[in-house]
Design a protein around this ligand. Sequence first.
Ligand code: PLP
Length: 406
Amino acid sequence: MTTPAAHTISVTPSTAGGATHLECTRTGDHLESEILQGVSPAGAPLFARYDLPAIRERFGPGDLADRRPDLWRYAELLPVRDPGAIVSLGEGWTPLLDAPRLAARLGVRACLVKDEGQNPTASFKARGMALAVSRAKELGATALALPTAGNAGGAASAYGAAAGLPVHVFAPRDTPAPIIAEIRALGGHLTLLDGLISDCGRAVREGAARHGWWDLSTLKEPYRVEGKKTMGYELFEQLGGRLPDAIVYPTGGGTGLIGMWKAFEEMEALGWIGSERPKMISVQAAGCAPIVRAFEAGVEDAGLWEGAATYASGLRVPGAIGDFLILRAVRASGGAAIAVTDRDMEDWVGIVGTTTGIFAAPEGGAVAAAVPPLLERGVLSPDDEVVLFNTGSGLKYVGMTPLELD
Ligand SMILES: *Cc1c(COP(=O)(O)O)cnc(C)c1O
């Protein structure tokens, strides 16, 4: 019997990628990229670096037209060397939807929604996990583990299943029921703990030390951020070769914001854009806003938020190892960090839904809720073209109710 060709991997050796090395985001030190590496000796996230001058010579936006409609269209700028190691469920290349009625309601010239709820496992965690699991497999990991506030556990379980690797997931007991069902259906070995994602992180570190699991925690391995950076490349391509005035992004661990900022830096080195950047807006929940607190205090590291509470589980991240990278990007872009209440998120999930047809996650409601106060503060202008990230589908939060916050 012949296998249908629909899902064959069309990346040929001529479009395979591969980093030259890894770089410590605190010290700039270089590390070997072709073995499994977690954080740098300084304890900071590692970035994959590429031979961009050489890539610039042989690859440009004009080469993308006929590429596969997922994030592997940017193979040259991704770390996977062996196309046979790619673990894919069709992640990325989500639609950038023009939302004129939402724009009118918000009071901005143009509003576009990047609908990440259309990814495999219905959240943008699929992007990061596609890269992290592909690389873990390519570099010889035999079991994977992670702490999660929810969606990362679903995505890791999916890509682990596709790769044939076991995944150990540690999540808070009050993780949304649809996500728990998803993790179980996809074969993730799930442990529910009383506590937050930070408590789950401790359990993963112990298991990793004892059983040799490869730790997929946010920014504690170098490749989830590579998957998420593709959102930056997609914005450029989907806008016809330019970037918007502002990007409003719901921030937990910050991988997506950090990743897009890295993509813009790469795109400048590739000669695709100049030094201009969109204003990067980090949106958090009023009940868990360490980045907002640090932004307002003018400090470089955020520290831990005590008593984190919000029904937007993706935003319930009390401490982020990449805090300084988020804050740097937000400040360098002329953006801001802002908190919104659960009530406002829920209200705006409704407004986004009725004005666009997108059933947004609370995190998607949060970014819309942030726009009116940002206009009031003068961070955004009515003239701006604003991209809102709806990072997941509302279907994954059915049954969750907003927390009362004043
Ligand atoms: C994880 C998650 C976030 C936060 O993403 P980061 O890039 O880690 O800041 C936002 N929204 C949803 C739906 C998520 O699952």
